[in-house]
Design a protein. Structure first.
Lengths: 688, 273
């Protein structure tokens, strides 16, 4: 790069600047001359670059700063400016992780870094699960991760470039994390809390305005994030290098702790000259598409408000005996995402799903506006509401049984609403199970060993060091030993160990159409592993598949009955499990709860595998209604003494899971390949 | 020959001369004191490492009563609680178990993780937890009457996922239940700073990390980081370990063995430190 020699810093100026950074003790034997000699020949820009990084490094360790300055001229011949930054960051990171020696080794290895820096490309798909968990950690609510040319977010999905080229894979993951965090921050710190469409005048300049605003928001949010999550600062600073210089004067005002999207808009209003042309593309900094973000955000707010209303209504109901009228106050702390619910001055705790809804609302709105709770305590349902599909329970049916369904708006059951049909899966593929068993032989062996260790038996343990009973045989022996002059054994007790595994388990497998492909394969393999492992125990278990097509066709597929053996029939049925229609979850949960209650076991467990949201054809089961009915079915199970555990394969299982599975325990798997092992492990954990 | 298990059986009555540090979070001090005054047994519910044990120690000090702690496990028999005959020479001698010792001494008896004990073991506390307030020592044909100062406290973690380990209704309905949870962020930071001597700012950052990991509960982690883990991390930092490394050792790898989950916690740690 041809750079003017005119502005180059001379020896004296360099000395003064370095003194501000190092302030050497004369006795250290160090002098500035070595450093001045290294920097003097560089163009001014590179001198500034070196001094900047010396300052940064000096905050970590003076030795690193010293060496960095010495080596920088050489590094800059070999590396681009950005790579040199990565090289320095890698050294500082090395210090953080394992001390000075690592940092020094990394600094000296410019050549190695140059080799690594070229051509390392990290694909999003290699880290998307990891980023999903990272975002889950940041926000407490699920955010999907998907690939797109430019980074942006609609507040439910974070879109990231499909691949990035960086110095190392780890550096790539760090880069992705920073970009993703910056996008998450748009929703968390209020970018969409004002109507951006209204704020930016429509017309030819709108696209440019939006692009500039996106950069201003990146500036504001990076400062905010750096404050909240200081560990991301370094990487965020690298991202901001891309910012066009016209925005320099916005850095300070937008870094103020209280700065909001209104400040970005205001700054933009004061710089109309920028709107003449859009800024150069900064693919990593996040574009804004306010219309899509607002659409999802509004839907989410409606849904979460509903959940919160229901939670609060339940809470009030539980108080109703004591008090007639209640004064309800909700205090939200937007910084910490904390909420306080006060009823007549007394603080109450929201159930977890209510809390999650409140937190989600605070993230979207910055507060919980009181009008959201106005409907609390009253059922918004009116008799005029449409009763859903189908004409009512008088319809003639040959269903095997009729089950009630919960209508959350009425806060009442619809009696005999769901028509349940019981089928037996038909299949004749006898080769499937042996093939799976062979393919996963080591895993199966490992599981069987683990399960074997759980087997409880009713037996008396003799010759124990202690125990409630004296072991007479051992005692007599010991006395005899003593008399004979031998050392008597101290193990003189016995203890009965009772088998406490009186347990019946039912497994419910999602056979809806959306499981087509991978998920169905994983479900079947999971069942094989599970059965192989369960053969080691005496637990009674049943397996059923489910699928639905409106309330008049809830199909349940028998795969294994409680008293059936895991023999060729069951094996061929597992092989024949295939995707069918929709996911109406209430009826199968209720049916299996009944069946479990008919089992003569002391403990009852219901484990369901599904791929996400309850969904049914045509009616409103796919809305809040289905979530509430599923929740209610799980609640009924719990009240009847059946413990449920739900495994969901929807990595991005958004907020509703917490609410829906509230009465059960659940886990979300982000990788179907983990399902087979996971299901067996979950069962083991639940029953040790 | 030495018989170490005999020593292990000798019940320990702990008395607290100095005030244990306990930071109240809600109204637990008042409720516990009222329960103790009315001789009502207390059930402490809450996740692991949120201060239950510390709270009981504090209350023992405050009420001036000795404390007997029993960590329950699935091999714990009723004899382990009540007592048993031992052989000494060719004689048999009776040794009180911790529960009996606590009853006789008018102590607070704290059964930690009571769900871990076998069901037939938990039954022995029933006559102690209703108005009878007696402990039958069947082997000796003795009925030990509890003095007014005796108080039974049990703890359990409702997050436990094993179906086999639920507290039976007939047991749980005998107790005054106090809910414990991780303290609000500011208090938790104050606790960590006070326990470890690290700066308030660093403690606040540890608490932030804990909050992030708690968001991963059910999504790879069975539990988020407890206050105890933060205290551990704080101790390491106070001993000169770099914050990141301290968190990785005390939090990340302590929470889980699963490689992906460790990596995720690590990502969160590095977002803060
Ligand atoms: N409110 C508090 N005041 C003081 N210290 C606390 C408080 N809460 C937690 N701690 C700290 O956390 C540590 C762990 O708490 P403690 O051992 O009491 O947990 P616990 O709830 O008994 O856990 P577990 O269920 O695993 O036995 C304590 O040693 C203490 O350092
Ligand atoms: Mg404890």
């Amino acid at each position: 790069m041809p750079s003017s020699d005119a502005g180059r810093l001379g020896g004296e100026e360099l000395g003064a600047r370095l003194d501000g950074i190092f302030s050497f003790d004369v006795s250290s034997g160090r002098s500035y001359q070595e450093l001045i000699d290294a920097l003097a020949p560089l163009p001014r820009e590179e001198q500034e670059f070196a001094l900047h990084w010396a300052q940064v490094a000096a905050r970590t360790h003076l030795e690193i700063a010293y060496l960095a300055v010495l080596l920088l001229p050489q590094a800059l011949r070999r590396l681009s400016r950005r790579q040199a930054e990565a090289w320095l960051v890698a050294a500082l990171e090395g210090f953080d992780r394992s001390g000075l020696r690592t940092a020094v080794v990394r600094l000296r290895d410019i050549e190695g870094f140059a080799r690594g820096a070229r051509g390392e490309v990290l694909a999003l798909q290699d880290v998307d699960a990891r980023l999903g968990r990272f975002l889950q950690g940041l926000s407490g609510r699920g955010l999907r991760v998907a690939a797109a040319e430019a980074a942006w977010t609609d507040t439910e999905t974070v879109f990231l470039p499909p691949a990035i080229a960086v110095a190392s894979r780890e550096a790539g993951a760090e880069r992705y994390k920073a970009i993703a965090a910056l996008l998450w921050a748009q929703a968390r710190y209020g970018t969409f809390n004002v109507d951006l469409d209204a704020a930016l005048a429509a017309g030819p300049g709108r696209d440019a305005a939006l692009a500039w605003l996106a950069l201003l928001e990146a500036l504001r949010l990076a400062a905010r994030l750096g404050h909240e999550l200081p560990g991301l600062r370094g990487e965020l600073a690298v991202l901001l290098h891309d910012l066009p210089p016209q925005l320099d004067s916005a850095r300070v005002p937008l870094a103020a702790p209280q700065a909001g999207v209104a400040d970005s808009l205001e700054w933009l209003r004061q710089h109309p000259e920028l709107l003449a042309s859009p800024p150069h593309a900064c693919a990593w900094l996040g574009a804004l598409r306010p219309d899509e973000a607002r659409r999802l955000r509004d839907a989410r707010i409606r849904q979460q408000a509903e959940v919160l209303r229901l939670s609060v209504a339940e809470l009030l109901e539980s108080l109703r005996e004591e008090k007639a009228a209640s004064q309800l106050d909700l205090e939200a702390d937007a910084e910490r995402l904390e909420v306080k619910v006060m009823v007549d001055g007394q603080e109450l705790t929201l159930p977890p799903e209510g809390l999650a809804a409140a937190q989600s609302l605070i993230q979207d709105l910055g507060e919980i506006p009181p009008e959201l709770l106005v409907a609390a305590g009253e059922a918004p349902w009116k008799p005029a509401d449409k009763p859903g599909s189908g004409a009512g329970a008088t319809m003639e049916t040959r269903a095997d049984l009729l089950l009630d369904e919960w209508d959350y708006r009425r806060r009442a059951y619809r009696r005999g609403w769901c028509h349940v049909y019981l089928h037996t899966v038909g299949g004749d593929d006898l080769a499937y199970v042996p093939a799976v068993r062979a393919r996963h032989a080591p895993l199966v062996r490992q599981l069987r060993r683990r399960f074997e260790a759980m087997r409880g038996e009713d037996r008396t343990l003799r010759r124990q060091a202690d125990g409630p009973e004296v072991d007479m045989d051992a005692l007599v022996e010991a006395i005899a030993d003593r008399r004979g002059g031998a050392e008597p054994s101290p193990r003189l007790f016995c203890r009965r160990q009772r088998d406490e595994r009186s347990l019946a388990a039912a497994f419910l497998v999602d056979m809806s159409g959306s499981t087509e492909g991978w998920i169905n394969d994983a479900e079947r393999e999971a069942l094989v592993m599970l059965c192989e492992a369960l053969e080691m125990l005496d637990d009674r278990y049943a397996i059923w598949g489910f699928s639905g097509w409106t309330r008049t066709r809830c199909d349940l597929y028998r795969i294994k009955e409680f008293d059936e053996d895991y023999g060729v029939d069951v094996q061929s049925r597992i092989a024949a499990i295939k995707p069918r229609d929709y996911t109406r979850m209430g009826p199968p949960i209720r049916y299996l709860t009944r069946r479990l209650l008919g089992e003569p076991a002391r403990h009852r467990l219901l484990v369901s595998l599904s791929d996400g949201r309850p969904d049914d054809f045509g009616d409103d089961y796919r809305s809040q209604y289905g979530i509430e009915d599923t929740r209610q079915a799980l609640l009924e199970a719990r009240q009847a003494g059946v413990r449920s555990y739900c495994v969901t394969l929807d990595r991005n299982g958004p907020d509703y899971l917490k609410h829906m599975y509230g009465p059960a325990a659940y886990s979300v798997l982000d990788d179907v390949r983990k399902l087979p092992l996971k299901v067996a492990e979950i069962y083991r954990k639940l029953t040790i | 020959m030495n018989r170490p298990h005999m020593h292990a059986l000798a019940p320990e009555l702990e008395t607290f001369a100095a005030e244990p540090y306990y930071q109240p979070v809600g109204r637990e001090l008042e409720l516990f004191a009222a329960a103790a005054q009315k001789k009502l047994p207390v059930l402490l519910k809450g996740p692991t490492g949120c201060g239950k044990t510390r709270f009981v120690e504090y209350m023992a000090w405050k009420l001036g009563r000795p404390l007997v702690t029993v960590a329950c496990h699935d091999d714990l028999t009723s004899a382990d609680l009540v007592g048993r005959y031992l052989l000494a020479g060719e004689e048999t001698v009776w040794l009180d178990g911790p529960l009996t010792a606590a009853v006789r001494a008018g102590a607070i008896c704290y059964l930690d993780e009571v769900v871990e004990a076998r069901k037939d073991t938990t039954v022995v506390i029933h006559p102690l937890t209703d108005t009878r307030r007696v402990l039958p020592v069947e082997k000796r044909g003795e009925l030990v009457r509890a003095p007014d100062d005796f108080l039974l406290v049990v703890s359990y973690n409702p997050g436990y996922q094993s179906v086999l380990k639920e507290l039976k209704q007939s047991t749980r309905q005998r107790f005054i239940a106090l809910d414990f949870d991780y303290p609000p962020a500011e208090l938790e930071a104050a606790i960590v700073a006070r326990e470890t001597g690290i700066a308030g700012e660093i403690a606040a950052q540890l608490v932030k990390i804990a909050g992030l990991t708690r968001n991963l509960k059910g999504q790879g982690l069975d539990e988020g980081a407890s206050t105890r883990l933060l205290v551990h991390a704080g101790h390491l930092i106070a001993a000169g370990v770099a914050p990141r490394e301290a968190c990785q050792a005390a939090i990340g790898r302590a929470l889980t063995d699963d490689g992906d989950s460790v990596a995720s916690v690590d990502d969160l740690i590095r977002a803060v430190f």
